[in-house]
Design a protein around this ligand. Structure first.
Ligand code: AMP
Ligand code: ZN
Length: 138
């Protein structure tokens, strides 16, 4: 299903033009309009899923397989030194467009960004760690 108010539905469906670098029945891959680095691309499913929670497992799997192929292609074509793959779910995680998308960010030595995604490191007690371990163990 598409969402008529969603910009990424319009882009993935071809209604709004984009710099497309790959397309198949399930996905369109476009250049980000406000890139972190040269070559920053976004994998967009053509169906509307707001985030990873809404997306079927099969589609999530296909997105990751496509990311793997594009990582190789982009690294060869751009001669970049590395590549970040990231995907934000929910406002608290930095998501601003609520149609699932995966970021492919080529990285270059001294490209002006931090070497890795930044977060503060928490110092947790053994009890806190144990509580989280219990909650998360499947
Ligand atoms: P996120 O913060 O993970 O939701 O990322 C949204 C990304 O979409 C940002 O990197 C934006 O620069 C990018 N973006 C927003 N609108 C467009 C657009 N019309 N075409 C291409 N990229 C876009
Ligand atoms: Zn959408």
């Amino acid at each position: 299903m598409r969402d008529s108010n969603c910009i990424f539905c319009k882009i993935s469906g071809g209604e709004i033009p984009s710099k497309t670098i790959y397309e198949d029945e399930e996905f369109r891959v476009i250049l980000d309009i406000s890139p972190a680095t040269k070559g920053h691309a976004l994998i967009l499913p053509k169906e509307h899923y707001a985030n990873i929670y809404e997306m079927p497992e099969e589609t999530a799997g296909h997105a990751m397989i496509l990311a793997k192929k594009l990582a190789k292609h982009m690294t060869e074509a751009l001669q970049c030194d590395g590549l970040n793959i990231m995907q934000n779910n929910g406002e608290a995680a930095g998501q601003t467009v609520f149609h699932y998308h995966m970021h492919l960010i080529p990285r270059y030595e001294q490209d002006g960004n931090a070497d890795k995604l930044c977060w503060n490191h928490l110092e947790l007690s053994q009890e806190e760690l144990e509580e989280i371990h219990q909650k998360l163990s499947l």
